[in-house]
Each structure stands twice: as C-alpha cells, then as structure tokens.
Write a protein that binds this ligand. Structure first.
Ligand code: PLP
Length: 388
C-alpha cells in the first residue's frame, strides 16, 4: 500500500476549485435567506441566482430565461426527455437516442417504452463509438418528437458530431437534446453552434459542487415539469433553489472556460503520453473510443485477461484511482454495454480501464502510472484461468 494517491478519475468527479468553495461559503450561513422571500435577505439569494443564470447564459450563448437549475446531470437528462416527451405526446411518441448514452438517458428512454408506450430507436455506433448523422436522419419518422445524443461519452471520451445532428433535427423540426455533462469545461458549449434545443450540465464534472446542474431549454420549446410545487425556475422545476450550489456552478463554469484551449492542449499531451505508453508496455491492450475525436482528458482501454474490477483494486493498492467504465456501473461485473455497442466481445468488454485526467495531474504521475500498470496486468493475467 502506498501513501500517495494519483487521481485519474476526473470523468467520475472533480475536486472543487478552492475559489469556488470560497464563493459558495457566504451562502450557507450568512446570506441564507430563501430566494423566494420578499425581504432583503431573501433578495440577496435571488440576486445571486440571477447573476449566476446570466453568467451561464453568456457561456452557452443563450438568454438567461433559457437556463433551468436542477440537482445535477441525471435530473437534467430526466427532465429533458420526460418533459419533452410528455409535452409533445399529442404530436408523436417516438424518441431517437443511441446505444451508448449514460444511464440517466438510457433508462429514462426505457421507462418511456415500458410505461408510456413510446417507441425508442437506439442508434448503433461504429467501433470508435461514433454515431453516423445519416442514421439519425433515416430514423426520423412523422412521430419523432425528440432526439437525445450525448456530446461526449463518459466511458471512452468519444465526441459526437453534435452540430451535424442538430442541423438534421432542425430541418425536420424535431427537438434535439444533448447530454454535455462530460464535455463541459473542455468543448465549446455555444448552443447556436451546436444547434441544440436542450443541453444538460453537471457542476461536479468541472471543478464545481455536486448536486447541482443546468438544463438549457430553447425558448418556445414546451416542457412538462417533472417536479411540481412552487413556481421556481419559471414554473419549470419546483423546489427551493440550491443557492450555494448555483453560485459555485456558475463560477466553476467560468473558470473552466478561461484558457480552455490552452488547458486542453496540456491535457492532450499528457493523455497521449499515457495512451502511447500503455499501448507500448501492456501487451494486447486496446484503445477504446475514437483515436482523435476524443475528450482531451480521456484515455480508455480494453485489457484482455484483466477484469476491470480486479484491475481497479490492484491500482488502488498502488495508489492510483481509476475506473472500469462509468462510476455508476463500477461494482458490477457486467461487461460494459458501451464497449459491447462498439463491437467488443464480452471477454474484452469486462477488461475496461478508464483513466481520465485533470488539471492537477503531472507528467510524473503519468510516468508512475506507466511504470506501475504493466506489472499489475501481468500479475492478474497469471492468475486468470481464461487467459492462461
Ligand atoms: N451524463 C453523463 C454523460 C455523465 O457522465 C454523468 C455522470 O457520471 C451524468 C449524466 C449524471 O450526472 P450527475 O452525477 O450530476 O447526476
């Protein structure tokens, strides 16, 4: 067991930036008034929310009234899909999504099918996890009310051609949602460039707090609230606002945008060193996801003969935090459905390893990982009966 820990799981969550913590602190026990209260103390909270909304709108290139605060990426995805499906049910009951969406999208679509008779098309992906926009167009029927395709995949970092899909959706007057939870902080979030009608964000993926998210909803698009109660968020999402979280998310997003491309370039250098080193030093390791259209911070592999779970435990003992796929599915020995959708056999899909970098990672940490991983894989292979 080593004392140092190297954190290579930034797609699962990120540490909160100390500047974000500082900005949030006054809203816990100093400016704690309820933003719906009319007296001054309440209005302080209201002002903080309004400011945060405008700052986020500026980054997304939209109007402040198009920003809805939620409790995170899962709720944003749920609200987008369920909200649009319910609001547009008289127009049709067909949803198009992909086979590699996060569970927050996938299981919401499955529930629509099971409980509400929706038809859902789960589009295939190529071996790199990319969706062909022509497949999206072919899948559209007069019944289609919503397309939901993620911006960047959480398990292997593959980036989708969102603007191209957006163009198609617009042409056919179908609402288009993208889960941008992994993309935020690294990729362009301009909703006009992306041509999206709904976009989900989650604070804790870009050095902000957990339990707070955003749903961008294009003006004029109808959405039935899934959470009812007070008239918060312009009657689109009831519940007293998480003021410290909202303040923190807005600052975190602004900080993430500052020098975004320069910071991404640094991460790409570290990522490529990691990818190259692992492919050279670990025999039969295979890169998963797209070789170039991938997140600047994401290195993901399928490692034959080393099950994801045992690999993670051995890496933990060696002081490295990694993931076998999405954080939500770790703990299960099921092969990754994302890798299976890319055509990987079960034998390889159980050996998923995801290393996701962050701004605080150093070259030295990458070298340590490259020195440590090959021996761990060899050890696991030596005791894996199937591999022998
Ligand atoms: N969507 C994607 C692509 C994610 O990676 C995650 C989190 O892992 C979520 C949605 C869910 O976000 P949250 O953890 O804020 O509920």
């Amino acid at each position: 067991m080593v004392n140092r820990m190297i954190y290579l799981d930034h797609a699962a969550t990120t540490p909160v930036d100390p500047r974000v913590v500082e900005a949030m602190l006054p809203y816990f026990s100093q400016h704690y008034g309820n933003p719906s209260s009319l007296y001054r103390w309440g209005q302080e909270g209201r002002r903080a929310i309004d400011q945060a909304r405008s700052r986020i709108a500026k980054i997304l290139n939209c109007s402040h009234s198009e920003i809805i605060f939620t409790s995170g990426g899962t709720e944003s995805d749920n609200l987008a899909i369920r909200g649009v499906a319910f609001a547009r049910h008289h127009q049709g009951n067909h949803i198009i999504t992909s086979r590699i969406e996060h569970h927050a999208v996938e299981r919401t679509c499955q529930q629509r099918e099971r409980e509400f008779g929706s038809q859902v098309t789960y589009l295939p992906v190529d071996r790199y996890g990319r969706i062909d926009p022509a497949d999206v167009e072919r899948a559209i029927t007069p019944q289609t009310t919503l397309i939901s395709i993620m911006y960047a995949n959480n398990e292997m970092g593959t980036i989708q051609p969102i603007a191209e899909i957006g163009e198609i959706a617009r042409h056919h007057s179908v609402a288009f949602h993208t889960d941008a939870v992994q993309a935020a902080g690294y990729l362009d979030l301009d909703v006009e460039v992306l041509k999206v009608d709904l976009l989900s964000l989650s604070g804790h993926k870009f050095y902000g707090p957990k339990g707070v998210g955003v749903l961008y909803l294009r003006r004029g698009l109808k959405l039935l609230p899934t959470q009812t109660g007070g008239s918060h968020e312009d009657n689109r999402r009831a519940g007293t606002e998480n003021v410290p979280g909202i303040v923190g998310l807005a600052l975190a997003l602004e900080l993430a945008q500052q020098d975004r491309q320069e910071k991404a370039r640094r991460l790409i250098t570290l990522r490529d060193r990691l990818i190259q080193g692992i492919l050279e030093r670990v025999s039969k390791a295979q890169l998963t996801g797209h070789p170039t259209q991938r997140m600047p911070n994401s290195a993901s592999f399928a490692i034959d003969g080393a099950s994801g779970e045992s690999l993670l435990m051995a890496l933990d003992l060696a002081g490295i935090c990694a993931s076998s796929g999405s954080a939500c599915t770790s703990g299960s020995l099921e092969p990754s459905y994302v890798l299976k959708a890319c055509g990987l056999p079960d034998r390889l899909a159980v050996g998923a390893l995801r290393l996701t970098l962050g701004h605080e990672n150093t070259e030295e940490e990458i070298e340590y990982t490259l020195e440590t991983l090959p021996a761990i894989v060899e050890r696991l292979r030596a005791v894996a009966p199937a591999y022998a």
